[in-house]
Ligand binder design. Structure first.
Ligand SMILES: [Zn+2]
Length: 240
């Protein structure tokens, strides 16, 4: 059979969607996801990704406009309360959540991580939820909760690329006259870019996993799937 033939005429240059994304294999998980070398963490991540089917392989458009072959559905990982609590524990190992802190999350899968961090920190911290826009990017306004002036705020999200999607949340903290105490994410695909963003903003932060060399995050012009005429699934955040 081979590739489906495209009819000639005005549709001949049309791009086609690939088959639905599939769950990545255990080998693919090992090949592309790099966990920080902390005790027990790589094993936890590998086991949790395999059990949940949270790592997908396909052709995805990220919020930052880049394309990628893999996508982590954090919501699938977060369905296991023990895994979610362990992830929160690893993020809290490097950051202290002050008792009067506000934990700021977007109204997307990052919410589940923020709530797990709030529960695990057990410090009296409260949760505030930012709106997300139509493409499920965090927006610069609150949906729920409050950020009182002067309070320390821990910004939490599930998976970012460089952390650019966190910037509206960081700005929201500034708008409220509060201070960012830390930015915590499960994954930063571009770990170097994420650390650079934190450095520019002079804030503490942490991430547990990033994309390894075998996980390409590319400009659309350099994307092999696009070159083969396949449309990306955008915005990939819809999968969460
Ligand atoms: Zn592409």
């Amino acid at each position: 059979m081979g590739r489906p033939a495209l009819a000639g005429g005005p549709m001949s240059s049309a791009k086609i969607l690939l088959p639905a994304p599939r769950v990545a294999t255990e080998q693919e998980i090992r090949d592309v996801v790099v966990a920080q070398p902390r005790r027990g963490l790589p094993e936890l991540i590998e086991r949790a990704l395999a059990a949940s089917g949270a790592l997908l392989r396909g052709h995805f458009g990220l919020q930052v406009g880049k394309h990628t072959e893999y996508f982590i559905r954090f919501r699938a990982l977060a369905r296991d309360p023990e895994v979610l609590d362990a992830i929160a524990g690893h993020l809290l190992a490097t950051v202290v959540v002050p008792p009067d802190a506000v934990i700021l999350v977007p109204e997307s899968a990052g919410y589940f991580l923020g709530e797990a961090i709030r529960a695990r920190a057990d410090s009296g911290a409260t949760l505030a939820v930012a709106r997300t826009d139509i493409e499920r990017r965090p927006a610069r306004s609150l949906l729920h909760g409050a950020i009182p002036a002067g309070r320390p705020v821990v910004v939490v999200n599930d998976v970012v690329t460089t952390g650019a999607s966190l910037e509206p949340l960081l700005d929201l903290v500034g708008d409220a006259g509060a201070t960012v105490a830390a930015a915590l994410v499960f994954g930063a695909l571009d770990g170097t870019g994420f650390r650079a963003m934190l450095g520019r903003r002079r804030i503490a932060g942490d991430h547990l996993v990033e994309a390894g060399p075998a996980w390409a995050v590319l400009e659309p012009e350099r994307c092999a799937a696009c070159a083969a005429g396949h449309l990306p699934l955008v915005p990939a955040a819809e999968l969460n």
